[in-house]
Design a protein around this ligand. Structure first.
Ligand SMILES: Cc1cc2nc3c(=O)[nH]c(=O)nc-3n(C[C@H](O)[C@H](O)[C@H](O)COP(=O)(O)O)c2cc1C
Length: 304
């Protein structure tokens, strides 16, 4: 009998549509293996850049009532060191998607080429980082910069390129269309939502960086809206991300237009078990509703 959860996204064959989101546990080959053993259909690594980066000083992560606020500042060992971790994941049996960042299109292309050489099945471009000449805003807020980054990477690698969009824009579809026109193979929506928490006793923002990115249940309706809007405007698949912790959340994203979903913050609250419960819940939902494949529910909320 065919596997009802199997999906093909941007040329990647997934046994199920539930993936690990970037930045949560994806630091070493060993933690990625634990996520695969827990049943993820694919894993995305922590974002890796051209060279080692310490990140921001503490505190970098704060728990709030509806999720996490983080401003970690892209700490990572740099692609040269990370190559070893990537090559150790080759035998995991699911696609390993390496999340990369850079401060220029050239840097993105260099890091992407090295990641593919080390064994990445695909790349996810984290464009939620500042451009070298434009430190006030994120690359992902300017369609032209996103286009340049995607073109540069696509011209260097022959693996699928996913572009992870920031929700911190007025019209996310403009950025999605720029990425698609430049040759992106899929869109991941969304990264964290710009936010702040203030300690009323000290009277100061809690994060050392003052501002941070909100993740978890609080951003789910924003993410669902973004997936819905983007999937109507581009032909390439959309991968949903933002506040997913239950099978109901995953189904909601797929009905909005996501071909697959990513889970991040919920792992911190629910543990690795979340992959199994979401996967099983989607399968039971499909059976109960009479769908033969999970692909049948993608974008169903959009039909009139
Ligand atoms: C502690 C932390 C670190 C993160 N690091 C990255 C990262 O390195 N690259 C990236 O693209 N997204 C990163 N994210 C964003 C997540 O991948 C995801 O887009 C976001 O958290 C929303 O999904 P969630 O609500 O399921 O966590 C990070 C999120 C958290 C909470």
């Amino acid at each position: 009998m065919p596997n009802p959860l199997a999906v093909k996204v941007a040329g990647l064959e997934l046994k199920n549509p539930v993936m690990l989101a970037s930045g949560i546990l994806g630091l070493t080959g060993l933690t990625l293996k634990r996520v695969v053993d827990a049943g993820a259909g694919a894993v995305v690594t922590k974002s890796v850049g051209p060279c080692e980066r310490e990140g921001y000083p503490n505190p970098t992560v704060v728990e709030v009532e509806c999720g996490f606020l983080n401003a970690v500042g892209l700490p990572n060992a740099g692609i040269r060191h990370f190559r070893k971790e990537i090559s150790e994941t080759k035998t995991l049996g699911v696609p390993i998607i390496v999340s990369i960042y850079g401060f220029t299109p050239h840097e993105f292309a260099e890091v992407g080429a090295a990641a593919v050489e080390a064994g990445a099945a695909a790349l996810e471009l984290n464009v939620s980082c500042p451009h070298v000449k434009n430190t006030g805003s994120e690359i992902g807020q300017t369609p032209r910069l996103v286009r340049d980054v995607v073109r540069a990477v696509k011209s260097r690698v022959d693996k699928p390129v996913l572009v992870k969009l920031t929700p911190n824009v007025t019209d996310i579809t403009k950025v999605a269309k720029a990425a698609a026109a430049a040759g992106a193979d899929a869109i991941t929506a969304i990264n964290t939502v710009r936010a702040m928490v203030i300690d009323i006793e000290t009277t100061r923002p809690i994060l050392a960086n003052k501002f941070g990115g909100l993740s978890g249940v609080g951003i789910k309706p924003i993410a669902v809206r973004c997936v819905y809007e983007v999937s109507r405007e581009v032909e390439i698949p959309v991968i949903g991300c933002g506040g997913i912790g239950t099978w109901q959340d995953a189904v909601e994203f797929m009905l909005a237009g996501a071909s697959a979903v990513q889970i991040g913050t919920a792992i911190a609250f629910n543990g690795f078990e979340v992959f199994k419960s979401v996967r099983k819940g989607i399968k039971t939902y499909l059976e109960r509703k009479g769908f033969r494949s999970v692909t049948e529910i993608v974008g169903l909320s959009q039909s009139k």
